[in-house]
Design a protein around this ligand. Structure first.
Ligand SMILES: [Zn+2]
Length: 181
């Protein structure tokens, strides 16, 4: 027999060496007998349940934490698909306003080029290479307009897609955090 104390009321208990569970004669508390190398003591069963519950809550929180980290990691990768480099090597995300301004600038430049080129070529002579230059020179401006407008529309769409993807990510993140609390 071992001499222990009830963990709940402190009453002395005589416990068989092999017993893992014991009931306190004094207060009726169900007790678990804990044997470590240095000491033997009792622990109230509902306290044990509390410990288990706290532990499972910790595990749950950890898994939510992982879920959040996993979501963030996936978002980093997804955002990478939207990122582009400028001529200085700086990384940018698509922006609706910037792509619109870029498109307008390119189209205006292309129009001006075409108008000026047509004006300059109007009085050019019609021999040698002049007939070809008359056509090719203004066409540069037209190409500028076409490519500028196409690029602007593509960038604008990409900016919209990015915004939608970002909103999805934020919604998902809020959902995980909300479940946590
Ligand atoms: Zn007791």
């Amino acid at each position: 027999m071992e001499s222990l104390n009830c963990n709940s009321c402190g009453a002395p208990l005589e416990v068989p060496d092999s017993a893992n569970y014991v009931k306190c004669n004094h207060c009726g508390q169900q007790l678990v007998v804990r044997r470590s190398e240095s000491a033997t003591f009792t622990e109230a069963v509902d306290r044990l349940a509390e410990t288990t519950e706290a532990l499972s809550e910790q595990v749950e929180e950890l898994s939510r934490h992982n879920e959040l980290a996993e979501l963030d990691r996936r978002w980093e990768l997804e955002r990478e698909n939207f990122t582009f480099s400028d001529k200085h090597g700086h990384r940018h995300l698509p922006d609706e306003k910037n792509s619109m301004i870029g498109g307008i600038v390119t189209v205006v430049f292309g129009c001006l080029w075409t108008i000026i080129a047509v004006g300059m070529m109007a009085n050019a002579p019609n021999f040698g290479l002049f007939p070809i230059v008359k056509i090719v020179f203004p066409i540069f401006g037209v190409l500028f307009v076409v490519f500028g407008a196409t690029a602007a529309m593509r960038n604008f769409q990409m900016a919209k897609d990015y915004k939608a993807a970002y909103r999805r990510y934020q919604t998902e993140r809020e959902r995980i955090i909300r479940e946590q609390s």
